[in-house]
Ligand binder design. Sequence first.
Ligand code: NAD
Ligand code: IPM
Ligand code: MN
Length: 355
Amino acid sequence: MRAHIAVLPGDGIGPEVTAAAVEVLRDVAGHAGHLIDFSEHGIGGIAIDDTGDPLPQATIDGCLGSDAVLLGAVGGPKWSDPQAKVRPEQGLLALRAKLGVYANLRPLRVHPRLAAHSPLKAENLVGVDLLFVRELTGGAYFGRKAREGDAAVDECRYTTGEIERVVRRACALARSRRGKLTSVDKANVLETSRLWRATTTRVVAEHPGVTLEHQLVDSMAMLLLTRPSAYDVIVTENLFGDILTDEAAALAGSLGVSPSASLGDGRRGLYEPIHGSAPDIAGQGVANPIGAILSAALLLRHSLGLDAEAAAVEAAVDSVFEHGELTRDLGGTAGTREVTDAVLARLAAQRKAAA
Ligand code: NAD
Ligand code: IPM
Ligand code: MN
């Protein structure tokens, strides 16, 4: 097959981790006989520096002309002045909206070798296999923002249609897994959450084989720590999903290993690790590339339909965890280069074993 991937490295450790993911994609595609080509585009702080715009038109065009978009991270102290007229993060939000990727899939499993690095006891992590489906193009992120005298406003708005489409996606995913859907809201306080709950209840009723449970977001934050293995697919609105997925990522040992796939109605998706630009470690060659590499695996699966290749990358990552080539965030001493090489070596070993 032929495919074109738009690569948006962004800021901080973004370029370091996307380079690793592109190496893995090149390797896998090359050996499977697929012709994948890549084009690089600016986004975030670096694009502000170059063009004044965190999402230049050329980047939008590059993404719309691609089969999939691979993104690193945006933002950093240089562009974080509260008075700044434009911020890197606006570029990322605008891109998600432009691509119409309303469903953000954030899978989370805990590899037994990494459990020791989790803040939870290893025995509480057995069997943890979560899939968050975070609504990505609505809510407080995209509502009216204003300063009114000495006050500030962020409007949180959801339409029934926005809730229906992401919940349908979550139901389809739940059906392909253990059939258990947990919807997270704050329906005891927020009107948007009451619409969310009513809509979710109605949509799930159209999906035999999916059981639904509602949880309030504050207690869900607690339950993720006390019984994380009790959940399967968790669907929630944009802001709650942002917060809960960083919390859940810590269970797996580090924010650096969590991937994401952002999908809309078409095949084209946006793939990015869930972590940020990590300014504290940028440029040192120590960033964990696994979140980006696993995002590349999701790209192979969801946008290119290359399921076997995606599974091969995931197995290679598991094997790297097994053998302990770990970056500092996981208590190891390996750098980005060594971990990437270890993944490539496992892929080569798999091919040799299969030949
Ligand atoms: P962060 O995720 O960048 O970093 C949080 C902590 O996790 C830091 O200590 C960092 O060193 C560590 N970390 C993150 N990724 C790592 C990796 N791959 N390997 C090793 N350690 C890793 O969050 P932050 O510091 O709150 O935000 C920094 C900037 O990133 C902000 O400007 C924020 O807006 C932006 N951000 C961007 C994205 C994105 O582009 N998708 C996501 C989150 C935050
Ligand atoms: C994420 C990030 C972004 C978000 C920021 C950088 C806009 O935290 O992808 O999780 O809040 O969605
Ligand atoms: Mn986040």
